[in-house]
Ligand binder design. Structure first.
Ligand SMILES: [Zn+2]
Length: 669
């Protein structure tokens, strides 16, 4: 079918706002998937502008003129819209276009696999193809795009040790003097998603997250509490683990404490002093920012911006007001360690540089943290580590400027990754504003999985607005999701039993009938969902898109479970199985539980009652009172009871197996 370019653009634009179609320009591979899975009509423009037609079916497809501006009309099964799509020649299996393709209904679809298979089968040589060939791929064949703060753009991820597929990732941990707040929840959920994604793509990841266990705030709090710093630190490390585990985060490979690396810290300070990057003054050691011309490159700040003066009293011991402390001389009553500059303790920034170097090496693949760490913490870490590395190359190889005879200097960090801020009711979260929530305060009232869902609903780099409404909605969505999953699993058991029964009735093995209606659509949709989620997460961890991709499969599952059409569809059990698997795989890839749906639903109900200040007996009594009112035809009273409970977040049901379910409450206090 030939379409005028204007018409094509219009159709294209029309399809854009929807999930799978929303990324046609960025994800040619997703569209190729849609092409491969959809029932589609292909129209390829030949060189003279005339169109040739080909009808394509999954498993049997004819595309003429493909590889040279081939156009396909594709139906997006999620949005049910059609849109025109120009195939990337690199993705078109040119030499054998008339060969039957494997039936996508019969095999799991792997995005990267498709790309590799097509190029391996000898795709058309073209610039686009060259791009596809040179795009770095993870062990699973996909390319991970990651935003690098240093480059201020998304880049394809390539680890240092690409041959062995090893990835080193360091994320700055908490200063353990208090309970963690929702800002911490956001950081560690974001990097948990990245950790899972890298692992899922086949990388062997070493994930290191530290504990800052010596700091002004720790010393002050321990003194206030009349306990030792060690006791305070141990207590809050345990609390941190409890909170972050509850959010479904996988523990890092290692969690070093700063105080276990004092020797590494003093050695690093000595090296920096020796090479003129740092100096000591009255028992303190400072990093000299003027010694490193590129200081400021990560945050984009110029040295003039950093000059202290107006707000902070200028320390006369510093050569430049922007110089920062590597080592602080002992003050009475503080924990101290011996050093070449007398008793003292490390500054904050130096610990990460020292731990990275001693644990992971001079150069790492990913360094992460919240946006607030870009300056000064990460800028200073970068300065220390770059200077430290330069010290050695100059000394060992006699080369200046950090060059080695192996080629250009390996950067301290290949990818700097930072997550956005958390706002509370559109205001900056801060202790002084009183809008400060610890994870525990939130999970007293809402399920930690609901908090995780809420966090995943915003892209990790965008600011997130924490509101009670968002948590209510997240809880509601989770309830719907897990209820659908539990019911679908029950339906699958029934459907499979029925299949076995039918098979047993006939002596000769019946030929399986092809799936029909909703079941056929469901099977396609499951493959599409897997591809859409893979693609979303590979695109700089687009978790909002990944979890939005669950809407269509959940709806189809509900249709298969409860509608007449769904129950009758041939191939129902296969559709249920595939869709359940697609939903569960998605949940797992973003760190949401795939098992234990019943328990989660029960916990969500418990929390709803707790927020409403009700007991199960209260709800039972209300249900009984309503039944009585309805029996007496007093519908006004029945409605009054329903509304009263509804306002508290308890929706009393009028029929079905369920007596009540949680509902969203907006203005609860
Ligand atoms: Zn750090």
């Amino acid at each position: 079918m030939y379409l005028h370019p204007r018409e094509r653009r219009a159709r294209h634009a029309e399809a854009r706002p929807h999930s799978l179609a929303s990324s046609p320009t960025r994800h040619p591979d997703v569209r190729a998937e849609a092409v491969e899975q959809g029932t589609m009509r292909a129209a390829s423009s030949s060189r003279d502008g005339h169109a040739t037609h080909a009808h394509a079916h999954p498993g049997r497809r004819r595309l003429r003129g493909a590889g040279r501006g081939c156009k396909l009309e594709v139906r997006n099964r999620i949005t049910r819209r059609r849109f025109m799509y120009t195939l990337n020649p690199a993705l078109v299996p040119s030499p054998s276009l008339t060969d039957p393709l494997p039936n996508p209904r019969r095999r799991p679809i792997r995005l990267g696999g498709v790309q590799r298979r097509f190029t391996a089968s000898g795709a058309v040589a073209s610039p686009a193809n060259a791009d596809a060939d040179t795009l770095p791929t993870a062990p699973n064949g996909q390319t991970l795009m990651l935003h690098n703060t240093m480059k201020r753009k998304k880049e394809p991820f390539v680890p240092r040790d690409a041959e062995q597929n090893k990835v080193s990732m360091y994320v700055c941990g908490v200063t353990v003097y208090d309970y963690s707040h929702i800002g911490h929840a956001r950081v560690y959920v974001a990097f948990d998603v990245l950790y899972r994604q890298l692992t899922r793509m086949g990388y062997d990841v070493t994930y290191c997250r530290n504990f800052t266990d010596v700091d002004d705030k720790i010393i002050k709090r321990a003194a206030e509490n009349g306990e030792t710093c060690d006791a305070l630190v141990d207590r809050f490390i345990d609390a941190f683990h409890e909170d972050i585990d509850a959010l479904g985060c996988v523990r890092p490979t290692m969690e070093p404490r700063a105080t276990d690396h004092i020797g590494d810290i003093t050695a690093l300070c000595e090296r920096l002093i020796e090479k003129g990057y740092a100096y000591s003054a009255d028992g303190d050691v400072y990093f000299s920012v003027d010694s490193l011309p590129e200081y400021g490159s990560l945050s984009g700040r110029k040295l003039e911006d950093n000059r202290a003066g107006e707000r902070v009293a200028v320390d006369t011991r510093k050569k430049n007001p922007a110089d920062f402390a590597l080592w602080k001389a002992a003050k009475p009553g503080e924990p101290t360690w011996d050093s070449p500059w007398g008793a003292g303790r490390p500054g904050w920034h130096i610990e990460c540089s020292a731990m990275i170097e001693s644990i992971l090496g001079r150069s790492i693949d990913i360094h992460g943290g919240g946006q607030d760490l870009v300056f000064p913490h990460h800028e200073n870490e970068l300065a220390q580590s770059t200077a430290s590395c330069r010290c050695c190359t100059e000394g060992e190889l006699g080369l200046g400027g950090g060059k080695t005879n192996e080629g250009p200097e390996e950067p301290f960090v290949r990818y700097w990754v930072h997550n956005g801020f958390v706002k509370v009711d559109s205001e900056k979260m801060s202790k002084s504003l009183g809008n400060f929530f610890t994870i525990r305060e939130v999970t007293e009232r809402y399920h930690p999985t609901a908090l995780r869902w809420m966090l995943l609903g915003t892209h990790y780099r965008a600011p997130i607005n924490y509101t009670q409404r968002a948590l209510e909605e997240a809880s509601d969505r989770l309830y719907y999701l897990y209820q659908t999953l539990v019911e679908s699993k029950d339906a699958l058991v029934d459907a499979q039993a029925k299949d076995a029964e039918t098979a047993g009735e006939t002596k000769t093995k019946p030929k399986p009938k092809p799936p029909t209606g909703i079941a056929a659509e469901g099977i396609d949709l499951a493959a599409e969902t897997n591809a859409a989620v893979d693609s979303a997460l590979a695109d700089d961890l687009n978790t909002p898109l990944a979890i939005a991709s669950l809407s269509a499969p959940l709806k189809t599952l509900n249709d298969l479970v409860s509608t007449k059409k769904g129950k009758k569809a041939v191939g129902r059990s296969v559709a249920l199985r595939d869709l359940i698997a697609a939903v569960e795989t998605t949940l797992e890839s973003v760190g949401l539980p795939r098992e234990g749906g019943e328990g989660l639903l029960e916990e969500l109900r418990e929390l709803t009652l707790r927020r409403a200040g009700l007991t199960r007996d209260d709800v039972d009594a209300a249900v009984a009172a309503r039944a009585e009112a309805r029996a007496a035809k007093d519908f006004a009273e029945s409605d009054r009871i329903r509304d009263e409970f509804g306002a508290k977040g308890v929706a009393l049901m009028d029929g079905g197996n369920q007596v009540w379910r949680p509902a969203t409450v907006v203005d609860d206090k």
